[in-house]
Design a protein around this ligand. Sequence first.
Ligand SMILES: [Zn+2]
Ligand SMILES: [Zn+2]
Length: 122
Amino acid sequence: MNAIFPVEGGCFCGKVRYQIDQIKLSLNCHCTMCRRTSGAPFVSWLLVPNDQFRYLTGKPKHLQSSEHGERWFCDNCGTPISCVVHGDKEDKYIDITLGSLDRPNEFPPKKDYYLDSKLNWL
Ligand SMILES: [Zn+2]
Ligand SMILES: [Zn+2]
């Protein structure tokens, strides 16, 4: 199925809403930081060019999760929304949690990252 743009999403309580015009990639991340900050076995992300993403309502809160990374989440309901990594290449993109999309079925992940820390029962 091809995704129909723009696609919208938001947190569980509805305070934060966003819109995406185009994506670069849909992926699963098995790293330990994604696991711990989500409480889930792994996290599916959309890699979105910065200029193809905007918040519509609300402003998430952020946590400095590593030297170069920030994780943004709703300060009311806690839903993880995005991850921003600062670096030469990464500055052009924002990662958005696939599970917060209104139509997540349209974005099947194409790649798996950090397979060395993937849970062995998955
Ligand atoms: Zn919320
Ligand atoms: Zn990760």
